[in-house]
Design a protein around this ligand. Structure first.
Ligand SMILES: [Zn+2]
Length: 384
């Protein structure tokens, strides 16, 4: 009798697995209950749409819809990147599903594949399913995971935070958001800002409990995407500049030496130091000055050209080229105004970005390779 029961259960389980075309459901996952089964069916449809790159946005919950779509877009790109052999494998496995509310479920899916006899885990992805009588829709777990967070509105920015908010910094950011938008000829946009301690926390809030590509990354923010920002500091003005610039300037025109210069001066250096303080342009110019005193063989031209990592004691990824570019941008703004800055930002990217940048600053303010050291040194004195 026992044998028959086991055989029967096995048949049932295999039916359950076969019933879902795009996801593996291991036997130990409890999928009992009518509503749960419906959720899994709908999840299967969503995964199919992700595979075929055709998302029906009606499957996405209304709240933060654009943001959820942007995250799902990452999964779509992953499907696209897979080689033809990997595309044939059922690489998604349901690893958890449980109710979090009378009409909500948390669902986690692990993406797995085998390469050279090694099991690789690209993602563990969590979604929230919202169930109504008519429909089941999905969203990233952001709202759910931050449901007990405090909310503080400063101008156009709504901060979501667990610890104390630095109001002074928040006011600075709100002002910069307006200033930068105005410079680009745009209206300042409203933003939702989630204060996060680490990059790992950001990834979890947006649904990636694990991401192969984010493995080992601890610092940095995320955004602006669908008017949403994540960062460990209230001032996200560096990337806000890139965001507005991307709205008005053509991709091929954007010169990233100039962009970084503007982002460093109108915004900040993006990274925080060991004490969690935002690194400012002023501080980096002071550091640069000290560096030149201690390294008499170095020249500003050489540092600008080679972009040596001279600020690593403050934070990684700070660029001396961007600091020097920010000094040049300030001079362009002073002498040629907003039009001059926009000309420099749009001086052309790609392989010739360095030459394009040099040519444009020579035309705008007469700085070139021959007078570079002397002119920049003189400008640096104004920051004391
Ligand atoms: Zn930047």
């Amino acid at each position: 009798m026992k044998k028959y029961v086991i055989a029967f259960v096995l048949i049932l389980v295999s039916i359950q697995i076969q019933a879902q075309d795009f996801i593996v459901i291991p036997k130990h996952i409890n999928i009992e209950g009518r509503e749960k089964k419906k959720v899994i069916q709908q999840l299967d449809s969503l995964l199919h749409q992700i595979i075929i790159q055709k998302l029906d946005t009606n499957l996405i919950s209304k709240n933060k819809r654009d943001f959820t779509i942007s995250v799902i877009d990452k999964l779509m790109r992953y499907e696209q990147k897979k080689d033809s052999v990997a595309k044939l494998i059922l690489d998604k496995q349901l690893i958890n599903i449980y109710p979090i509310d009378s009409q909500q479920y948390s669902i986690s899916v692990a993406y797995l594949y085998k390469k050279d006899e090694q099991i690789i885990l690209p993602y563990i992805f969590t979604l929230i399913a919202d169930c109504t009588k008519e429909n089941i829709t999905f969203s990233v777990p952001l709202n759910y995971l931050t449901r007990y967070w405090q909310k503080t509105k400063i101008g156009n920015i709504t901060y979501f935070h667990q610890g104390k908010l630095d109001i002074e910094q928040a006011i600075i950011f709100d002002k910069k958001n307006t200033q930068i938008a105005t410079l680009m000829g745009l209206k300042a946009e409203k933003m939702d800002f989630y204060m996060c301690d680490s990059y790992k926390e950001i990834m979890q809030l947006i649904g990636f409990d694990y991401s192969y590509s984010a493995n080992g990354i601890a610092t940095g923010g995320y955004g602006v995407i669908a008017n949403t920002i994540f960062m460990n500091h209230e001032d996200f003005s560096h990337d806000v500049f890139h965001y507005y610039s991307g709205l008005v300037n053509k991709r091929e025109d954007r010169n990233w030496i100039a962009e970084e210069g503007v982002a460093y001066t109108l915004g900040n250096a993006y990274y925080t130091d060991e004490e969690g303080k935002m690194v400012t342009q002023k501080r980096l110019i002071k550091e640069l000055e000290n560096y030149l005193i201690q390294n008499q063989d170095s020249t500003l031209w050489q540092l600008f050209k080679e972009d040596y990592p001279i600020f690593d004691s403050i934070a990684n990824d700070l660029s001396v080229r961007s600091v020097i570019s920010s000094i040049i941008v300030d001079e362009v703004l002073l002498k040629k105004g907003k039009i001059g800055v926009l000309e420099l930002v749009n001086s052309g990217g790609g392989k010739k970005k360095f030459d394009n940048y040099m040519k444009t600053i020579d035309e705008l303010i007469g700085i070139n390779e021959n007078n570079f050291n002397e002119r920049i040194k003189k400008l640096m004195k104004d920051y004391k």
